[in-house]
Ligand binder design. Structure first.
Ligand SMILES: CC(C)(COP(=O)(O)OP(=O)(O)OC[C@H]1O[C@@H](n2cnc3c(N)ncnc32)[C@H](O)[C@@H]1OP(=O)(O)O)[C@@H](O)C(=O)NCCC(=O)NCCS
Length: 179
């Protein structure tokens, strides 16, 4: 939905400290992120890809960068801010794909080596803030029912859980965005 890009006030970048002098900046995705996003998905472990896409096969990594930056959805990236060669790398991604006028499907991925450091929680904060400003009333997520970190992210998002169902090991959670 283009409205999700154009009719909302920009959300200032959010900085999340990982440790010592390593930070991750969370900001809205831009077209120029396509190559960085493709690299990010190429580096993701098979297990994390499986959890992210709920399947083994996905589009090629080059396609993913393009799809997430040129499609009609939006989202956020986490950019590494640390001295050294990896400075500026994409290390996290939250996609927001519109389902209809006032609801969207959300999905998250954090680089394997940075999982468990609160980056997913920071991404969720940005997504919920964006949803409120964009007039979205519902955020939907699909995850494996065994995916404890993702389920905790959803439960701690600050939104009421409208529905939560499990079918053949896949959980669908719908969150009500506070208006
Ligand atoms: C799911 C994912 C995005 C979470 O991001 P993250 O940066 O690791 O999450 P956080 O560090 O913010 O932790 C989120 C919650 O999960 C908990 N958690 C993190 N790692 C955990 C683990 N290995 N086991 C149990 N709980 C864990 C944290 O304690 C936190 O819960 P709390 O706030 O109640 O303490 C990340 O693990 C990931 O990319 N996984 C692979 C892709 C995926 O599963 N995507 C979801 C499909 S939509």
């Amino acid at each position: 939905m283009d409205a999700m890009r154009s009719h909302t006030r920009p959300i200032p970048p959010l900085r999340h400290r990982i440790d010592g002098n390593r930070w991750v900046s969370i900001r809205p995705i831009e077209r120029a992120d396509a190559a960085g996003l493709s690299d990010f998905y190429a580096r993701l472990s098979p297990e994390s890809r499986h959890r992210r896409f709920l399947s083994c096969g996905t589009r090629s990594d080059a396609d993913l960068g393009r799809v997430f930056t040129e499609g009609d959805g939006s989202g956020f990236v986490g950019i590494l801010d640390e001295p050294g060669p990896n400075d500026g790398a994409v290390v996290a991604h939250a996609s927001i794909q519109s389902d209809d006028e006032d609801s969207a499907e959300i999905a998250f991925a954090v680089a394997d080596e940075f999982q468990g450091n609160g980056i997913g929680t920071a991404l969720m904060r940005a997504v919920v803030q964006h949803a409120g400003r964009a007039g979205l009333r519902r955020l939907n997520a699909m995850l494996f029912a065994t995916n404890v970190p993702m389920r905790r992210l959803l439960g701690n998002a600050g939104c009421a859980i409208r529905s939560d169902t499990v079918d053949f090991g896949v959980e669908e959670v719908a969150l009500d965005v506070a208006t």
